[in-house]
Design a binder for this molecule. Structure first.
Ligand SMILES: [Zn+2]
Length: 246
């Protein structure tokens, strides 16, 4: 009898997880715009790498789901999802327009060969694009300094934990990426980083953390904690978002 109760409970949990998964998918689908903000002349090809080599975030599947739905609805790009590093050669990357690192912590452990590293950075420098979600910046230096130089900063702890709700502000209201934000200030629950190897003068900051209002201190003497940014890298373009733990 006890076993039957346990079995029923397990079965309910199992079914429950499917209902939750569907709810998340439906929420993403509803929130996703039907049209791209900027329509590309040709459908872009995006390679999404989602294997963590350090901390494994539970939000990795959410990132995949979000990108899959975005590709389906906007038709702005086609996404190829991979957990392998085999495509990251000069020839392998040639068929793509963009690389996305979806919460892949400690990339320096995944891409150890100089030839792979050169292929990735050379791809971006040649005029292609790169986007990094959350722990994409948790890695790089000192073993792969050039990666940190490219993405714009390296994780140096998170004084703002994932369980808290933190105050943010739109720093660059003119940038099209920030069009989604209707208010100049907002609060949001996520894990927010402080950085090392970060130089504001090289980046165009989109969203910042209001650390004074947050009541917590980090490593910056000027209370400078950018949360998302864009930048040029060679002829290529970079987008990074610290949001994405939750
Ligand atoms: Zn995290």
């Amino acid at each position: 009898m006890k076993n039957l109760t346990l079995l029923t409970a397990a079965l309910q949990l199992f079914i429950g997880s499917f209902v939750l998964a569907d709810e998340e998918e439906n929420k993403i689908r509803e929130a996703m715009p039907a049209k791209p903000t900027a329509k590309p002349k040709k459908t872009k090809k995006v390679l999404v790498y989602s294997k963590p080599s350090g901390f494994k975030h539970g939000s990795i599947p959410t990132g995949i789901k979000g990108l899959r739905i975005m590709a389906e609805k906007t038709k702005a790009f086609e996404a190829t999802f991979t957990l392998e590093t085999t495509e990251f050669t000069k020839e392998g990357l040639a068929k793509y327009d963009m690389i996305i690192f979806n919460n892949c912590t400690h990339v320096q452990k995944a891409f150890t060969e100089q030839i792979q590293r050169d292929a990735i950075l050379g791809f971006i420098k040649s005029g292609k694009a790169f986007a990094g979600f959350h722990s994409a910046s948790d890695g790089g230096m000192p073993q792969w300094q050039e990666y940190t130089d490219m993405i714009g900063g390296c994780f140096a702890g998170h004084p703002w934990n994932a369980g808290g709700k933190w105050p943010f502000f739109v720093e660059d209201a003119k940038h099209p990426v920030n069009k989604a934000f209707k208010q100049k200030e907002f609060s949001f629950s996520d894990e927010i980083y402080q950085y090392k190897g970060y130089d504001r003068s090289k980046l165009r900051i989109l969203i910042g953390l209001d650390s004074v209002k947050s009541g917590k201190k980090g490593n910056s003497k000027t209370n400078d904690y950018p949360v998302s940014w864009v930048r040029s890298y060679g002829k290529g373009r970079i987008f990074y978002s610290n949001f994405g733990h939750n």
